[in-house]
Design a protein around this ligand. Structure first.
Ligand code: SAM
Length: 260
């Protein structure tokens, strides 16, 4: 996977790409990252990449020409590419978005600053707008790093253990179960016995129930889209969780039906 980033602050990307799994993915050639300074494509001698908004109003807007010229210089070759504008007005980024984007060969991130980018650049060159949450950042660089990180760990060979991403929160539609490591007792609290039992079926069952309980407590709306198997429904019934989930799903569907 090739990531290309268009930014006026290229140094932003130096340290985050030199740590942990992302550093190893770069070293192993699983990902490539090109950071491109939009300022190098500015037309005037002051290397201006922004200007005042037409119609007045606060702040500055990123000019379309340096953005377009920078993008054109990056878009060489014909590999499947997605041009992504990071923006609080975009579609909310989720694990499902990360999976979808991981199928491309190249992702190009356009990092906005100030009040954002000229609308004509967005219309002509951007394939999709992505927001990493309902809040406003000072620039798109952190958002680009978030998307890059989440997509990278889904690529073959990037994580040490291939099952890791498959068992993450959201990948199975629910939040991940609780986890423990040594020592067996920490400040008077022991690790659940079942995890020390060596009984893998019991451990899987315990973790499944934990996962359902955590999701019920923290993000119940996620359960509306989970398809439980007959065996799982049997476990949930035994744990007195099934009727709560069925009621919740019914409520969720009614809400969506009346909202639509
Ligand atoms: N005035 C804009 C608005 O209200 O929609 C916000 C501009 S923000 C200060 C500057 C840049 O930060 C944006 O162009 C975008 O690239 C980035 N940004 C801010 N919040 C973001 C978010 N939640 N997700 C992704 N990018 C974001």
């Amino acid at each position: 996977m090739i990531f290309d980033v268009l930014t006026i602050f290229p140094d932003f990307f130096v340290s985050p790409l030199q740590e942990g799994i992302i550093r190893r993915a770069l070293q192993d050639g699983k990902i490539e990252v090109g950071v491109h300074n939009i300022r190098d494509y500015a037309l005037d001698r002051h290397r201006m990449t922004d200007d005042r908004p037409f119609g007045g109003g606060e702040g500055m807007v990123m000019k379309p020409e340096p953005l377009a010229d920078c993008l054109k210089a990056v878009l060489v070759g014909d590999m499947p590419t997605r041009v992504i504008l990071l923006s609080p007005k975009g579609q909310l980024f989720t694990q499902a978005t990360a999976h979808r984007l991981a199928a491309y060969s190249r992702l190009v991130f356009v990092c906005g600053r100030y009040e954002g980018v000229d609308e004509r650049f967005r219309e002509k060159y951007v394939d999709e707008e992505v927001s990493i949450g309902d809040y406003v950042l000072t620039g798109g660089e952190l958002a680009a790093l978030v998307v890059m990180d989440a997509v990278s760990r889904l690529l073959p060979g990037v994580l040490g253990c291939e099952d890791s991403a498959a068992n993450d929160s959201f990948s199975c539609g629910m939040l991940k179960h609780t986890q423990y490591t040594r020592p067996r007792v920490f400040e008077g609290t022991a690790v659940p016995d079942v995890l020390l039992s060596g009984d893998h079926a019991a451990i899987t069952r315990h973790r499944f129930i934990e996962s359902v309980k955590i999701t019920l407590e923290r993000r119940p709306e996620l359960l509306a889209d989970v398809q439980f198997t007959a065996a799982e429904r049997k476990i949930l019934k035994k744990e007195a969780l099934l009727s709560r989930i069925d009621t919740l799903v019914k409520e969720h569907r009614t809400e969506h039906h009346s909202a639509g």
